[in-house]
Design a protein around this ligand. Sequence first.
Ligand code: AMP
Length: 544
Amino acid sequence: MRATIMDEPLTLPLILERTERLFADVPVVERRPDGAVHRADWGTVCRRVRRLADALRRAGLAPGARVATLMWNHRAHLEVYFAAPAAGLVVHTLNPRLHPDELAYIATHADDHLLVVDEGLLEVLAAFRARAPFRRVLVVRHGATGALPAGCEDYEAFLAAGAADAPFAAVDERAPAGMCYTSGTTGRPKGVVYSHRAYVLHALMTSLPDSIGYSLRDTVMPVVPMFHVNAWGMPHAAALNGCALVLPGPRLDAESLLDLMETEGVTLAAGVPTVWLGVLRALDAAPGRRRLAEGLRLVVGGSAVPEAMIRGFDRHGVTVVHAWGMTEMTPIGSVFAPKRGFAGLDEEARYALRATQGLPAALVRMRLVDDGGRVLPWDGRGRGELQVRGPCVTGAYHGHPEDAESFTADGWFRTGDVATLSPEGYLRIVDRLKDLIKSGGEWIGSVDLENALMAHPAVAEAAVVAVPHPRWGERPLACVVPRAGARVTAAELRDFLARRFPKWWLPDDFVFLEAIPRTATGKFMKRALRARFRDRFRGAEGAP
Ligand code: AMP
């Protein structure tokens, strides 16, 4: 017997056709690089997506050819997000914060055919264009006129060649639709190629009420850049659900974000903890000054969310939802949701639970595996490498079909994260495998120490790294950024940690910095700290 259900392909055009019919008048607002706020709606966006898809087809790109972007979060980027896949092409987002050598490597490795770039990022492009394979470069000028550099074309003129009522291409749900490279914290960045099917399933699973939970009444603002893992799927999910969309452009300082959140009535925003720490500080500095939407939710992930941040936002009536994910997972892997019984927990336990990375998302399978390859029970204690599978998880890297380091023989993806899973299913990321600190043969988790330090009132940010030690192999060093105007000593911080951790976990030393160096995606660059303080404990003696 065969199932009798239609084999309708799960593609982005299937989403778009509904968006333009049902949600044409729903706002899509952008703040352009020059700071000006422009308003449009999904109807306009969908018409322009049809035009652009048609223009791309007329330009003669072969099916599956790469359309790269080098842009901030704004409407033109949104148009390419949908138009390239709808034309049977692949949108490949490039991160303008990367080093030109890395951009040249990634664009070449992906064989990017055409690039769409912000006028304000032409300088970034100039630093690697000669080493990149772009055949055509379209410049988004947001209404500006005047001469363009040699070898560049105007995005608007290109788009105008397409028809606003052109049909979308009939695409296979398994056809490639998008592409992203990992941050490359070890070795060269690796490419992940997303299918239409993965995008649609990801949009559906993150729409569930106990996941991110999008609604047509939401006004959604992805602060997470659109060049970083599909902006966590927000543009797709916003289209699917008919949410109003607010695209904040390049200005991501706290006041600029708060301005937009206030004037546009944002109800759901997403970004990394560093962005929201700044916003929290601004709210704390002037409580009650901002009129934020009632029920505002912030989805925070990309690195661990300190419990202190969740408490801090609660004081302003803003709910932090902790999520975990990876480029390789499209990217959402888990989201916090309170299970039955949560309300009966005491306050400490409630916050501790909310600071976990949450429950495995729908369609995501998880397991923990120890050093010896044994699968661990979900008992909340056993720490092991987190391995995942699912219809939105990559099964290989682009151009690396065999990769035994990243995939197990039985088909699971090795995340490189060390985690625990409680019997109720709450995931807790303990560390990156390579960031764990191995002291005298025992593991110390840097994330736990960092979160505890960031709960100290005088600490703005903290990163704890492993430093080679002659006796213990490695010992923790805490790098601390004090809050503006606050004073704190190493001894005070040590005492503060001693209340929560065994003595051998306490950092051997504390260094005070003005800022923690960051990766191109805003995460702490622990590699740089490890290199800088490599010799800190050389010649050290004695017990920790
Ligand atoms: P990326 O592919 O750049 O998104 O990086 C994925 C990695 O970021 C994960 O493997 C984790 O190590 C880290 N990460 C993402 N979200 C979280 C989170 N909520 N808590 C702790 N680490 C996280």
